[in-house]
Design a protein around this ligand. Structure first.
Ligand code: ADP
Length: 494
């Protein structure tokens, strides 16, 4: 907006019309005092100031304007009757634009000057806006950097306080920060600790994780700088999102003592089960001899006792066999001998042995699904062991119910064998763990005997057949345990 200051209303009128005809917005003042009041209140792009005015002349008004920081840079065009000496004009007004036009005003010259000053004003305004935006941006960035710095400091303090070795790295695997404990294993902050020659190098494993964006968790043997041996560490590396980029935080947790204890326990189990197996086999054989020799009447009490002993010996035998299998799995020696065999024969064998050992039970066993012609490729004895295990569990955890179903379903490229019972079932939250080593559902573990290793062995057997194993159940509504085996026979076996 342009302010015209003149004591003569006619002059104001003609100037105002002239400027408005060129699309400028105009305000007016008829005295120096009125002009100053308006200048303090509003922002003007340009002031056109008559020099000769009663009370306060144009120069005085200009001097006052120069005194206010808000207005001192507002350009002024003086309108004077004569060619005014520039000395007077610049008096007290050393910044901002100044010019003059002599009266009578030549509209073309005045418009030229007005346009120049107006453009200047607009450009200055635009520059100011840009400067303000830049300042705001710089301030924002400074603030963000400060916040980031304090977050990073916090993270580093946190990592320093951990009892583990901790480090951070960027998405390319370049190590950024390492805590003090790092130097027990590595002599510089850029290299990972030395790993055992039989373990995969950490950098290689990490690279795969960084590329997939998935957290890394691995057990690895690393060497302490001042020791010759290696110790087991659990390495965990997790992505954290920082500035839209994935950075990673890693820790090494010492699990050496735990690993040693586990190894000792495995060794003990292996030795103990081996040692127990030998006398038990003798007991079993002598019991059979005794049974044959005594030729007892089926109904007599002695025959019942001999039967009970044989049942208990059988239970003991299967417990010890499970323990032996467990130690074989731990040592990677669970032998799997695959051949092509009839699934029907295997299922029937499992059912026969279960029905025989549970002849006191009132539970009826039903079959579903026809697999009479189906040949599959796998370890018949081991797969029978899985089915026997499912059935033993069904008789155990559904004791007192009326039936159990063995269902065989042939799909396009796999066969599914399920054991369906109507017993106590398993709460959904516990189901993912039932195939873990030594896991037993806590709520029911006191009511039933067991070691919690049967299903673990089953899952290992099915895994080595590239099959799947799972349970569907809900507490109180029975359970369906099933496994699937792929149907692709080896080419030479078809
Ligand atoms: P064990 O029966 O010797 O405890 P398993 O490995 O065979 O060990 O089974 C693990 C756990 O899964 C059992 O302790 C039991 O809690 C649960 N479970 C297995 N089968 C069933 C079933 N048919 N119904 C309910 N719970 C079951």
């Amino acid at each position: 907006m342009i302010l015209i200051v003149d004591d003569n209303p006619d002059n104001i009128y003609s100037l105002q019309k002239l400027l408005e005809s060129k699309n400028f917005k105009v305000d007016t003042a008829q005295s120096g005092e009125e002009a100053l009041k308006k200048i303090l209140k509003y922002n003007y792009a340009l002031i056109i100031l008559d020099v000769q005015m009663p009370d306060m002349d144009g120069f005085e008004v200009a001097e006052n304007i120069a005194g206010f920081s808000k207005t001192k840079e507002t350009p002024i065009i003086f309108l004077s009757a004569v060619n005014t000496d520039k000395r007077f004009i610049t008096k007290g007004y050393d910044s901002g634009g100044l010019d003059y036009v002599t009266k009578p005003v030549d509209p073309d010259i005045l418009m030229l000057k007005v346009k120049t000053f107006y453009r200047l004003y607009e450009q200055t305004q635009a520059l100011k806006d840009i400067q303000q935006t830049l300042e705001r941006e710089v301030e924002g960035r400074k603030q963000a950097q400060k916040e980031l710095r304090s977050k990073v400091d916090y993270l580093h303090t946190l990592l320093e306080s951990l009892p583990q070795i901790a480090f951070t790295c960027d998405h390319r695997g370049n190590i950024g920060f390492v805590n003090g404990r790092w130097f027990q294993f590595s002599d510089n902050e850029h290299t990972f600790p030395q790993t055992h020659p039989d373990d995969r190098p950490i950098a290689t494993e990490l690279q795969e994780s960084l590329e997939s964006g998935k957290p890394l968790e691995m057990e690895v043997r690393v060497k302490k700088r001042d020791e010759s041996g290696y110790s087991y560490q659990l390495l965990r590396v997790w992505p954290i999102l920082e500035n839209g980029e994935n950075n990673w935080v890693g820790t090494f947790t010492d699990i050496d003592a735990q690993k040693k204890a586990e190894k000792e326990k495995d060794e003990f189990l292996s030795i103990a089960s081996h040692e127990l197996k030998t006398p038990l086999t003798s007991i079993k054989a002598y019991m059979q001899l005794l049974d044959r020799k005594l030729k007892l009447d089926k109904g007599c009490a002695e025959a019942k006792y001999v039967n009970r002993v044989q049942d208990q010996v059988e239970k003991l035998n299967s417990l010890i066999t499970d323990l032996l299998d467990l130690s074989k799995i731990d040592n990677g020696k669970l032998g799997i001998n695959k051949k092509v065999f009839s699934l029907e024969r295997m299922v029937q064998n499992a059912i026969d042995s279960i029905v025989q050992t549970h002849d006191q039970s009132n539970m009826e066993l039903y079959r579903q699904g026809d697999i009479s012609d189906l040949m599959i490729y796998g370890d018949e004895i081991r797969l029978e062991q899985v089915l026997v295990n499912f059935l033993t569990n069904a008789y155990k955890y559904a004791a007192g119910t009326e039936k159990v179903i063995v269902d065989c379903e042939v799909m396009v490229d796999f066969v599914k064998v399920s054991v369906i019972d109507f017993g106590i079932g398993i709460p959904e939250s516990k189901q993912p763990e039932v195939f873990d080593k030594f896991y037993r559902v806590e709520e029911t573990s006191f009511d039933f005997q067991g070691l919690g290793i049967g299903l673990y062995i089953c899952s290992e057997i099915i895994r080595s057949h590239q099959g799947t194993i799972a349970v569907e159940s809900s507490a109180g509504n029975g359970a369906t345990f099933y496994f699937t085996i792929p149907l692709n026979l080896p080419t030479d076996a078809k």
